[in-house]
Design a protein around this ligand. Structure first.
Ligand SMILES: O=C(O)[C@@H](CO)OP(=O)(O)O
Length: 248
C-alpha cells in the first residue's frame, strides 16, 4: 500500500475577498497561514512523514507547504516546484469578485465558469499585462504553452501528464509524497485518480488547508481516501467553497 497526501493552500487574500484568482500570485491571509500550520499538526499527530514534496510556482501553495512541513519538522525534504501544478488559469475573470460576477451574469453562468468541465472562462486579451509570458518565472517556457485561460479540461491536460511522468514514478518507487497545490489543479488530479466522469466533476469542491490522504494499491489505484480533521469543519469548509459563486 502506498500513501499520497494532497493539500490545497490555506486561505489566500483573494479567497478572503472572494475574487477569481487563477495564476495571480496572491499571499496567504493570517487565517490561511494558521490553516497550513494546522494541516502540519494533523499530519504530525497522524504519524505521517514525507520523502518529497511537489508544489506550484505560486506563493500561496509554496508558503502553505513550508508552514505545514515546519510543523512536522520536515522542512529538509526535497521540494519540486512546477508551473504544471499552478491553479487553473481563470483568464479575464481573474480579479473579479465572484458574488458580483454572479449578480452581473447570473449564478448559473458563474457556476458554469467555475465548475463545468470543458467550458472555459473568457480569455485574457492579447497584450494583457497579466499574460504569464510577461512574468520572469515563466521565461523558460515556450509562450505557446502558456495559457490566456483554461477550462478544467485544459488544466487536466497539463496536471495529469506531470503526475504521470514526474510524481507517479516516485510514488511507485515507494516515496511518500505530499502535493501542495490549488483548488482546481487538485480537482484535475482527483478527477484522474478517482476516474470521475466529466459530468460529475462539477460537484467536487476542495476546501483550503485540509490534508486529503489517498491510500493506493501498487498500481496507484485509490483504495481509500479521507480528509484529516474534524468532519463537521470539513463539511462546512467544503460547502463554503461551493457557495462562493452565489449572489450575496
Ligand atoms: O479563484 C480561483 O482561482 C479558484 C480557487 O480559489 O476558485 P474557484 O473555487 O471559484 O474555482
Amino acid at each position: 500500500m502506498t500513501q499520497l497526501v494532497l493539500l490545497r493552500h490555506g486561505e489566500s487574500t483573494w479567497n478572503q475577498e472572494n475574487r477569481f484568482t487563477g495564476w495571480t500570485d496572491v499571499d496567504l491571509t493570517p487565517k490561511g497561514q494558521e490553516e497550513a500550520r494546522q494541516a502540519g499538526r494533523l499530519l504530525h499527530q497522524g504519524g505521517y512523514t514525507f520523502d518529497m514534496a511537489y508544489t506550484s510556482v505560486l506563493k500561496r501553495a509554496i508558503k502553505t507547504l513550508d508552514l505545514c512541513l515546519d510543523e512536522m519538522d520536515q522542512l529538509w525534504i526535497p521540494v519540486v516546484k512546477s508551473w504544471k501544478l499552478n491553479e487553473r488559469h481563470y483568464g479575464a475573470l481573474q480579479g473579479l469578485n465572484k458574488a458580483e460576477t454572479a449578480h452581473q451574469y447570473g449564478e448559473e453562468q458563474v457556476h458554469i465558469w467555475r465548475r463545468s468541465y470543458d467550458i472555459p472562462p473568457p480569455a485574457l486579451e492579447p497584450g494583457d499585462a497579466r499574460f504569464p509570458g510577461k512574468d520572469p518565472r515563466y521565461a523558460n517556457i515556450a509562450a505557446a504553452l502558456l495559457p490566456r485561460y483554461e477550462s478544467l479540461k485544459d488544466t487536466v491536460k497539463r496536471v495529469v501528464p506531470y503526475w504521470e511522468t514526474e510524481i507517479a514514478p516516485m510514488v511507485r518507487a515507494g516515496k511518500k509524497i505530499i502535493i501542495a497545490a490549488h483548488g482546481n489543479s487538485l480537482r484535475a488530479l482527483v478527477k484522474f485518480l478517482d476516474h470521475i466522469p466529466d459530468a460529475d466533476i462539477a460537484d467536487l469542491n476542495i476546501p483550503t488547508g485540509i490534508p486529503l490522504v489517498y491510500e493506493m494499491g501498487e498500481d496507484l489505484r485509490p483504495l481509500r481516501k479521507y480528509y484529516l480533521g474534524d468532519a463537521a469543519h470539513i463539511a462546512s469548509a467544503t460547502a463554503a467553497v461551493a457557495a462562493q459563486g452565489k449572489v450575496k
